[in-house]
Design a protein around this ligand. Structure first.
Ligand SMILES: [Zn+2]
Length: 71
């Protein structure tokens, strides 16, 4: 197996990263803590959310808006 599959590059294009890791929610920096961020809507830390939509609060405005898209 030395020859690369012609579809090798497609894996990255179609990988479900965008669904698995949801990091496009509005974030805000914690005051006085340079490297700590949290969701602007539910105030959970990004380290708690860890890129997972279900880790936002169940009433988080961002989570609700994403859930409406069938996630
Ligand atoms: Zn949130």
């Amino acid at each position: 197996m030395t020859k690369q599959s012609p579809n090798a590059g497609q894996f990255y294009a179609t990988a479900p990263y965008k669904d698995a890791f949801d990091i496009e929610y509005p974030q805000e920096n914690l005051e006085g803590q340079m490297y700590v961020y949290r969701c602007k809507s539910c105030k959970r830390l990004t380290t708690e959310i860890n890129g997972r939509l279900e880790n936002h609060a169940s009433d988080c405005a961002y989570r609700l808006s994403r859930a409406n898209h069938g996630a």
